[in-house]
Design a protein around this ligand. Structure first.
Ligand SMILES: Cc1cc2nc3c(=O)[nH]c(=O)nc-3n(C[C@H](O)[C@H](O)[C@H](O)COP(=O)(O)O)c2cc1C
Length: 178
């Protein structure tokens, strides 16, 4: 396959969009949109811009929930990705229901089909990658909508309707699995 060299600021080659929810240091629920994540077994890694409200609160409170939205939630995805908790409690302006999760002190978003409860274990900030904060967290609980499960309780991938974020630093694009 012939290829062309590109010098993009970034190259996001299709990462699932997630909504990260938490109670801030004042106990107020808040939420942000990210796409930089991966998980192996009971570990999850998230990447944040260091100045964001969510990451600075999570560094203090440690507990958070990864909520996986579907395509019907594009408005919330965009809103949480365009506004900062530094200025407002985003749930005040969203049509989403937050309920305390079971294993960690953080809110779950009911409307999202998947929720993963997490507790921060490591914060990684390096001079070489100024402005970026990576965190590692331990998964404490996982919840999946009934529709996403097969008869044996396993994941039914055909039901997934994740939003994938693709970007080159100039333009954000989204792809859908269905
Ligand atoms: C689709 C999408 C993906 C995003 N991915 C990330 C990401 O991986 N890491 C990050 O720090 N910000 C990401 N953002 C930007 C944040 O959502 C945005 O800066 C937000 O206003 C931060 O809010 P906060 O200050 O309340 O944390 C993304 C935004 C969108 C719309």
């Amino acid at each position: 396959m012939d290829k062309v060299a590109v010098n993009y600021e970034k190259m996001y080659y299709g990462f699932p969009v997630i909504l990260v929810s938490f109670y801030d240091v004042n106990g107020l629920p808040n939420v942000t949109t990210i796409s930089s994540s991966y998980t192996l077994k009971d570990m999850v890694v998230l990447g944040f811009s260091s100045k964001g409200y969510a990451i600075n609160q999570i560094k203090e409170v440690h507990d958070f929930v990864i909520n996986v939205p579907d395509r019907s939630m594009m408005d919330a995805i965009s809103y949480c990705g365009a506004n900062s908790g530094h200025e407002l409690s985003k749930f005040d302006n969203l049509n989403l229901t937050h309920v305390k999760s079971q294993s960690v002190n953080a809110p779950i978003i009911r409307e999202c089909p998947i929720a993963i409860e997490c507790t921060l274990t490591d914060v990684i900030e390096r001079d070489q990658f100024k402005g970026i904060t990576n965190i590692l967290a331990q998964i404490k609980g996982r919840y999946v909508a009934q529709d996403y499960l097969n008869d044996e309780g396993g994941l039914q991938s055909s039901e997934f309707d994740n939003v994938l974020y693709i970007g080159d630093g100039r333009k954000k694009s989204f792809r859908y699995l269905q």
